[in-house]
Design a protein around this ligand. Structure first.
Ligand code: FAD
Ligand code: DLZ
Length: 506
């Protein structure tokens, strides 16, 4: 009989479409899943993320065994240091003569894996991750020769390639993008439905105990752990979203809501990113919901754009520009992260809510990540590397391929505009317009200086002032810059001083 092969499945590759699993031969190959120290500790992961991944891995391994695969499972208490060591242990135990693995999602691990064949003394096949909808080659070809990369054009090509929301060759409804209908601010217009409660089963409860013991200083309140850990439960969560939240998703996509951490968002990024849901299938399900008249075209298009457009686009940017991308810092932002990023204890209500729920639940929706926390970090000039490390640590869905372009690129504009055509900088007035946090905040978004002035206002102008040269090169910033320049000199000085005093006290 031909020598057995070892098939390594990483914690964020728990999908039957994993190309290494697709090639597996039940009769001879051995599947390896391993909970290892290096992956668990390379950042201070939110405990919800560790529980999700370890429990989902344990469930996935059981399913594979039930389907007739031979599985080696190395649990965390075995004390295995790294994935490479896990392979070494499993190769010794099984006598496998070759290793197959799907390419990892992070540059760090991909570089390490490139040395494994030599280190482990067996051939290592690293297979392309075809669970994504645009391959590395495809993205490179799309990007080649373009002066500027913009998501919108990439997204249109993806719609055409996958035949999503198309009417012949044309976009359904005659427009590619309904973003202008997705910006309604929250004024309590309707009920936000209760999310269904998921009770942890015995496997998850055991993992929760393990993580409580082993990761005492990581963020994450595990008394609130309610994530799905199997494909069926993740699909049920997504079905719930399609039935009860999708119809309002588009309208309130950018809303900031005091009463709810998740508003009408889908909460599926953590499942897509670890393999429990598949991106094309969720887009098709949402398209079908629109065709069945269960949501508007703007809601369906707004949702599909996030997955077929943004998710694939950020991954393309990451692999196109790494490793240099991780070193970019357009505005030379170096201010240390304030302590409240790790406690949530700040008087700015919008920041308090966004940070506290990020720490406790490992979740914040896009506008909280971009226009509240990210905007604050941009305006305050917080250190780019430290901010990126924070985002990678606190969110359940965080992996560098998706976190880095979103944080360094979209939120901090640290990448010289590779991701976004202008910085997403905004004052307190934007936050007020988008929601109801300001009502329960001690700061007033109508004031820029003086007692009770919202710090986002002076920080906004401070940012415009200190980067006027750079921003002057961007036509989309022209009007704002002109507004700043024509202000009275004493006025400008007092705004600068007010912001300086706030920054000094951070
Ligand atoms: P929904 O609002 O319901 O959107 C549906 C899906 O679209 C998401 O599940 C996600 O898969 C996809 N999506 C939406 N926007 C983006 C985007 N900009 N990039 C990639 N996918 C997107 N997303 C992550 O998956 N992991 C991260 O580590 C991450 N870090 C971020 C950091 C910053 C600073 C910002 C601004 C955004 C980040 N995002 C990240 C993107 C986005 O905020 C999350 O995907 C989204 O909030 C997840 O919640 P949801 O599933 O309820 O999303
Ligand atoms: C994030 C993570 C954690 C916490 N633990 C493990 C683990 O024990 N075993 C494993 O295979 N993967 C883990 N992961 C996911 C990896 O870090 C992820 O595969 C890489 O970051 C590449 O995306």
């Amino acid at each position: 009989m031909t020598q057995p092969r070892l098939i390594l499945i990483l914690a964020d590759q728990l999908s039957p479409a994993n190309p290494a699993l697709v090639l597996a031969d039940k009769a001879r190959d051995v599947i390896l899943l391993a909970e290892v120290a290096e992956e668990a500790h390379y950042v201070r992961h939110n405990r919800h993320k560790i529980v999700l991944l370890f429990s989902a891995m344990r469930h996935f391994a059981k399913d594979l065994e039930r389907d007739g695969f031979s599985v080696q499972y190395l649990s965390f208490d075995r004390g295995v240091a790294s994935l490479e060591d896990a392979c070494r242990v499993a190769l010794d135990a099984t006598g496998c003569g070759e290793l197959l693995v799907c390419e990892p999602g992070e540059y760090r691990l991909a570089s390490a894996m490139a040395t494994w064949s030599g280190e482990l003394a067996v051939p290592v096949q690293i297979l392309e991750d075809r669970r994504f909808l645009a391959s590395h080659d495809q993205f490179q070809q799309w990007a080649a020769g373009r002066k500027q990369l913009r998501m919108e054009y990439f997204y249109r090509d993806m719609r055409r390639q996958y035949g999503v929301l198309l009417d012949g060759a044309e976009p359904c409804g005659g427009k590619w993008n309904y973003d202008s209908e997705n910006r309604v601010g929250w004024r309590g217009q309707c009920e936000i439905p209760e999310r269904p409660d998921l009770v942890p089963d015995a496997i998850t409860s055991e993992v929760i105990a393990l993580v409580e013991r082993g990761f005492p200083s990581n963020p994450g309140d595990l008394t609130q752990f309610r994530l799905a850990v199997t494909r069926d439960d993740a699909q049920a969560q997504f079905d719930w979203f399609c039935n009860y939240a999708l119809a309002n998703f588009g309208t309130y996509q950018d809303a900031l809501v005091e009463e709810s951490p998740w508003v009408f968002h889908s909460l599926i990024s953590m499942y897509l990113n670890c393999g429990l849901l598949e991106p094309l299938a969720v887009c098709q399900q949402v398209e079908q919901a629109w065709r069945d008249e269960r949501c508007s075209l703007a809601a369906a298009e707004g949702f599909i754009r996030q997955i077929l457009g943004w998710r694939e686009y950020v991954r393309g940017i990451y692999w196109l520009l790494m490793p240099e991308y991780a070193t970019r810092n357009t505005f030379d932002a170096r201010r240390p992260l304030p302590d409240f990023f790790w406690t949530g204890n700040t008087d700015l209500r919008c920041l308090e809510q966004a940070i506290k729920q990020s720490l406790d639940l490992g979740y914040a929706h896009h506008i909280q990540r971009l226009m509240v926390i990210g905007n604050f970090a941009l305006l305050a000039g917080l250190d780019v590397e430290a901010v990126c490390a924070w985002y990678l640590a606190v969110y359940v869905d965080a992996y560098e391929w998706v976190e880095l372009p979103n944080t360094a690129g979209m939120a901090l504009h640290a990448d010289n505009g590779a991701m976004a055509s202008k910085p997403y900088a905004a004052s307190g007035k934007y936050i007020q317009k988008q929601g109801n946090h300001c009502k329960s905040c001690r700061f007033n978004p109508a004031k820029t200086t003086g007692e009770g002035a919202c710090p986002f206002n002076s920080l906004y102008w401070h940012f415009i002032d200190r980067h006027a040269d750079y921003l002057g090169g961007n036509a989309r910033m022209g009007l704002i810059l002109a507004n700043w320049r024509k202000r009275d000199a004493a006025d400008k000085a007092s705004i600068r001083d007010w912001a300086d005093a706030f920054l000094a006290a951070l």
